[in-house]
Design a protein around this ligand. Sequence first.
Ligand code: GLU
Length: 447
Amino acid sequence: MGCDGANADSTSVGSESAKNPGSGSRNNDGTGNGADCRVARRSVGVGEAACVTSIGRRPAGGAGRYAPSPTGDLHCGNLRTAILAALWAAQDGADFMVRIDDLEGVRKDFDARQLHDLSLIGLTWNDNVMYQSRRRAQHRAAVEYLREKGLLFECYCSRKDIRDAVQAPHGLSGEQLYPGTCVNLSEFQRAKRRAELAEQGRRPALRLRPHVEQWTVHDQLFGDVTDTIDYCVIQRGDGLPAYNLAVVVDDDAQGVSQVVRGDDLLHSSPAQAYIAYELGISPVEYIHVPLVVNDRGQRLAKRDGAITLPQLAARGIDAHDVLVWIAYSIGVRLPKDLAAPVDSTRVVPIAGSAEHTVNDPGNDCGAGAHTDSIGSNSATTKGGNSKNMVTHGSSSNRDAHVSTGGACAGERELVEINQEVIDYMIAHWDRSSLSRQAVVFSADMRL
Ligand code: GLU
């Protein structure tokens, strides 16, 4: 797929070594084939260190992850995907990580709010929450590595130049590809274009010069997915890494071996998998799960109204109700005691937003509400106190860092009940029943 979008999307690979060899090799030199670490080292002759480190970092059972972009509150569809990712990991004996994909910055305090809601729904995670924005050095190192391999070229085009290109090719999924304007410029032409750009106060972007035309990944739900490997942006003109690079580098750093995410990202997987391959990073398993849609079949969006925990809380629907809905939506029948509604006073607010209704005036849940958002390098506490970190017992992720700081008694109870539900789901969910069918969410919470 085309991958110009700085914040495009995602991933997926399986055993590419069987699928990608020879598939549309651009330079016919035997590179770009296969996808495992061993093949990458032998045939490309690079990346040994990256490869070894990569394997060394992966925990024995691997890791799954959930990686929201902090652009708004998580809605029921996001929460469902997060839970599926956690269940998938737990059932495989893998760790479960959370990462905040904040390359573009954080809108308001949505990182804290998202982490809070993930905790509230009963999720726990291993290790510190990683923030992409704190990993510039690692992203730069990956860019340098690709540059040294001769896999990058400078691009002086603006978005408009690309949009207006008359003869832009199209990829297998129909999207417009990079027209190739800057691929084969001479050094003389480059120096000239660089100087012109500098006069406008701009710098060139760096694009990938792939060795292959296509790449195939295997998705557990969708099977083999092949797409065109475009001249993707790897580093933007403003110096930020492109999302397709960061996601690969950061998944590797978190030891991620399985990527469960919304199926809207399915077609970004081949490009990400190919970038991983060139970096000598072991392939991950991909599982793209169906989106939650509204009753008109459109993906959930702001205009749908009550779709986030705070919005639903204002209608008396708490995080437990949402979790029960999610359990049923993936085919888990909960026992009566776990499915029963929780006392409505336990609905949890987050302070500072009119959207967040305080249903329990007798407590200070909302005051200085915060989440202990623990960054990858250092612990950062946002706002208020850092008491009441909740850590729980039984399932595989229960030694995790949990971030429901500031929780009042009602909130803690709600979290504990939800964690029991999650444990039950881990034990009873039959993943083979997961279909590609989108799930409809309506505010009456009926399935
Ligand atoms: N941060 C991306 C998003 O929120 C998800 C990326 C991924 O899961 O790979 O859409």
